[in-house]
Design a protein around this ligand. Structure first.
Ligand code: 8YV
Length: 329
């Protein structure tokens, strides 16, 4: 009798034509509609799976893999993988992969756009107009912060941070960054970016953009103290993960005028958004869409599929997925 084919679970509907590649090797269990899997449902889906293709909606840790004795690989569709407990997976010999590179430029475009929207009060101005408050052109209405000639601070200078720095150059901005590791001089030169301490970054930035991976160590890295260290005229943009920011402290700073404006694409409890932020007029809020262009989302899925196929030991790169985040046993 022929060996049964390995089983893979696809946690969300993605792109049928790209997912079809999985059918060449695997029995595929699909999820027909976008699903916020109830506690226990992920564990149940993984219990008889050899591999899984998942997104940031799906938290996979010790509890989810405890009964997943056959599970060998988890491919995340996304560059950030804080939804995976990589240590718990690695301890069981499960390979985890992510999708770096393919979303860099699209996400940098959006980060820059969100920073500009916050600084120039674009959505606030639109709400004002739609609310019928434009009664006559006003010289003093809706004055925003300068972008050209200002200082951009980038916290987390990976691929996306560097993409934002390259864009800032076209706007004549001075670019400062802080990162755990200082970049090689050639990369700093290519981005025209200067390393500085975190304290100096907070104090000197006119516009601070967060692009760092979220870990237990940097939970609420932007808290009341960090906000107090920023210029009151500054803006804060977060396209990384909501847990980096103490949202209560941010709402307070926005409401009190301690901080001029913010642009947030990510939220600690997403899809729920803190009502204190919803009450602020000077914050641009978007629903985690920084990588949301069709070509980019397709490229992310294609890479995740390549990762899963290779991590499971099939295809031309068998055993060598293009972007592992755990060491391969
Ligand atoms: C994705 C993201 O849309 O890649 C990331 O880390 O936050 C977004 O680009 C998301 O992760 C989909 O799972």
């Amino acid at each position: 009798m022929a060996e049964p084919r390995p089983r893979v679970w696809v946690s969300q509907p993605l792109y049928a034509d790209l997912e079809a590649r999985l059918d060449e090797w695997f029995e595929v269990a699909r999820t027909p509609r976008v699903t916020d899997h109830a506690p226990g449902a992920i564990a149940a889906a993984l219990a008889d799976a050899d591999g899984a293709l998942v997104t940031l909606n799906d938290r996979i840790g010790e509890t989810e893999v405890a009964g997943a004795s056959r599970l060998r690989a988890v491919a995340n569709v996304g560059v950030g993988y804080d939804n995976l407990d990589v240590a718990a997976l690695a301890a069981r010999g499960i390979v985890a992969t992510n999708t770096p590179g393919v979303l860099t430029e699209t996400t940098a475009d959006f980060g820059f756009a969100l920073m500009m929207a916050a600084a120039r009060r674009i959505t606030e101005a639109e709400h004002w107009l739609r609310d019928g408050r434009w009664q006559g052109w006003g010289f003093h209405e809706l004055l925003g912060a300068e972008i050209h000639g200002s200082t951009l601070g980038i916290l987390g200078m990976g691929r996306i941070g560097q993409g934002i720095a390259r864009r800032a150059r076209g706007f004549g901005m001075r670019v400062l960054y802080h990162n755990r590791h200082r970049l090689p001089e050639a990369v700093e030169e290519a981005c025209a970016a200067t390393w500085t301490t975190r304290a100096a970054l907070l104090a000197d930035s006119d516009h601070l953009v967060l692009v760092l991976p979220y870990t237990a160590d940097n939970h609420h890295i932007i808290d009341a103290g960090a906000l107090a260290a920023m210029k009151p005229t500054a803006t804060l943009t977060n396209i990384a993960r909501g847990g980096l920011v103490d949202e209560g402290a941010l709402a307070e700073a926005l409401q009190s005028g301690r901080l001029a404006a913010a642009g947030l694409d990510v939220f600690e409890g997403e899809p729920a958004v803190d009502p204190r932020l919803l009450a602020c007029r000077n914050v641009v809020l978007t629903p985690h869409v920084a990588s949301a262009s069709l070509p980019t989302r397709r490229a992310m899925v294609a890479l995740a599929v390549d990762n899963l196929v290779a991590a499971m030991g099939f295809g031309p790169d068998a055993g060598h997925p293009p972007s592992p985040v755990t060491r391969i046993p």
